[in-house]
Design a protein around this ligand. Structure first.
Ligand code: NOJ
Ligand code: CA
Length: 553
């Protein structure tokens, strides 16, 4: 693949960092993180190597789904700050080489949104058709998204006697995208935030958004995504749509616009992520290798967003029941560490028993897999979850800045914090950014190095992946190649050392393999073979330095 103009397609090689303003840093001591607090950490994020900040919902909200229940698409939650504060963040971030993308949550609104409040007043309300109504619920009125928390898909509105659709919680009525006025409102929302200087959107729940409810007229749901993308392009040359599409690979192709790149710009790789956990549980790289081979081809402008953990449950819904049980058994043996029958509520380090070798191996994978890495705040310092908080919120605890009171997140009384900090081994006394900033050997410094190597290796973001054959069953060897060159990575999934022999006979004479994380080289013999020793859970990145290619690192 040819890397034509990398600055144009910035998302092909970006390092994305997701955070919730509410839990990042509180500047005024009310216990709630805010935009001013975030503003004072832009340097920290730039030093980490982040090039794109993804802000979770910061809009006015009824706050029954951590901000994913929006009451005003154009607003800023006053607890977090003002539009002025947001624009300052966007500008400061830009000065530090970072773009900002924001959550676009338009599959539904909060039931407290003025549109829904008006819609449910009467069947003749001009806002009635903003939502999806029917006289009787269908036979299958079972909520599959939040089993155990939410039983129905259709909720009776007592006053008007009709049922409304809610794909998620009953307080999140689905918008009706078959209504052109609703589509216009969504477009206006997008236009508004673009004018504020943001560089795109993480689009919430895309398959639900474009699903046309039974009985509604709307020819082609994917046409709607194409329209959104075109609108975005007309308004901004650089803006992206990073879509949440947790579907099998073959169905994801359509969301990229079937190879033409006309719909979502990026999609999270939920399938690869789940396969990675199965590989970790089995100490066997084959599930991950299989997933990488199964990834559909995508257009040049499109991109996969790789992640280890996000703000939701670590979903294992794409695994078979038996595979899911294996992962549960390995990483969430206690029923309380699971949710919805399909996911885990823990962060990575506790799942891996705090083993730094394994944790680092996983992040080395994250940054070396073809695509764009996405970090969830706190991963860079190895934060754990708070097991005392039930469900998905267990991983959304305050950022741990120091070992001071409240982990340096806030000066408020602990009882007033947006979320309670974990106690014990993962408390701020043991895991915090300040201590790690002063320790070159820390996970934080390690992640910085990964981000820096990723940035000088654009073949990872742009390249074609190849799974290399060899003789060490516990090791994944993958290579990514683009016109700039080639990088090979090795990852040992087992708790014992491994010796790998790779054959690179196709490389030209005089090719050398430099170690991207050390001063040494890996020597190729005269038959083009290289032998590498990896420690237990060891890993290596090798730059294929061809004669005269002039690459660094
Ligand atoms: C997906 C978000 O990631 C999740 O946190 C939220 O609850 C649902 N969408 C509903 O908006
Ligand atoms: Ca505050």
């Amino acid at each position: 693949m040819k890397i034509t103009d990398t600055s144009d397609l910035w998302w092909k090689t970006s390092v994305v960092y997701c955070l919730d303003v509410e839990t990042y840093l509180d500047s005024n001591g009310d216990g709630i993180g805010d935009l001013t607090g975030l503003g004072s950490r832009i340097d920290y994020l730039a030093d980490l190597g982040v090039t794109c900040l993804w802000l979770m919902p910061f809009y006015p909200t009824a706050d029954r789904d951590d901000g994913y229940d929006v009451t005003d698409f154009y607003g800023v939650d006053p607890r977090l700050g003002t539009h002025g504060d947001l624009v300052e963040i966007v500008r400061t971030a830009r000065d530090h080489g970072m773009r900002v993308i924001v959550d676009l949550v338009v599959n539904h609104t909060s039931d407290k949104h003025p549109w829904f409040v008006a819609a449910r007043r009467s069947k003749t309300s001009p806002f009635r058709d903003f939502y999806v109504w029917r006289d009787e619920p269908p036979e299958n009125n079972v909520n599959a998204v939040f089993p155990g928390e939410e039983s129905t898909l259709w909720e009776l509105d007592e006053k008007t006697g009709q049922y409304y659709l809610h794909s998620f919680y009953s307080h999140q009525p689905d918008l009706n995208i078959a209504n052109p006025t609703v589509r216009d409102e969504i477009a206006k929302t997008i236009g508004f935030w673009l004018q504020m200087g943001i560089s795109g959107f993480r689009v919430d729940a895309v398959p639900f958004l474009i699903e046309v409810p039974e009985g509604k007229e709307f020819a082609d749901p994917h046409q709607y995504l194409r329209d959104l993308r075109q609108f975005l392009r007309r308004r901004s040359r650089e803006a992206v749509l990073l879509g949440e599409v947790n579907l099998p690979y073959r169905e994801q192709t359509a969301y990229f616009g079937s190879g033409k790149g006309e719909e979502l710009t990026l999609q999270f790789d939920f399938n690869g992520m789940q396969a990675m956990y199965l590989s970790l549980a089995r100490s066997d790289p084959r599930p991950l290798a299989k997933a990488l081979r199964a990834r559909p081809a995508i257009a040049t402008e499109a991109q996969w967003a790789n992640f280890v953990r996000n703000h939701d449950e670590l979903t294992l819904d794409k695994l078979t029941d038996k595979e899911r049980d294996e992962v549960f058994e390995a990483f969430a043996p206690d029923e309380r560490q699971r949710v919805f029958g399909r996911g885990i509520t823990r962060r990575l380090p506790p799942m891996l028993g705090g083993d730094p070798r394994r944790v680092r191996m996983v992040y080395s994978l994250l940054f070396s897999l073809p695509g764009t890495p996405v970090l969830f705040y706190g991963e860079e310092i190895g934060m754990g979850e708070n097991p005392d908080v039930a469900g998905r919120l267990a991983v959304r605890t305050p950022m741990q800045w120091s070992d001071a009171r409240n982990g340096g997140f806030s000066t408020a009384a602990p009882s007033r914090l947006a979320a309670p900090l974990p106690e014990g081994g993962y408390s701020p006394a043991h895991v915090n950014a300040s201590a790690q900033l002063n320790d070159e050997e820390s996970l934080l410094h390690f992640i910085r190095r990964l981000a820096a190597r990723y940035r000088i290796s654009p073949e990872i973001g742009w390249g074609e992946v190849e799974i290399l054959e060899h003789d060490a069953p516990s090791v994944l060897a993958h290579s990514v190649s683009a016109d700039v060159g080639r990088m090979i990575a090795l990852h040992n999934f087992a708790d014992e050392p491994a010796r790998v022999t790779l054959s690179l006979a196709e490389e030209p004479d005089g090719t050398q393999l430099s170690n991207l994380f050390g001063p040494d080289r890996f020597e190729l013999d005269d038959r083009g073979r290289v032998e590498c020793e990896l420690p237990a859970y060891g890993w290596a990145w090798m730059r294929v330095a061809r004669p005269g290619d002039g690459r660094i690192g």
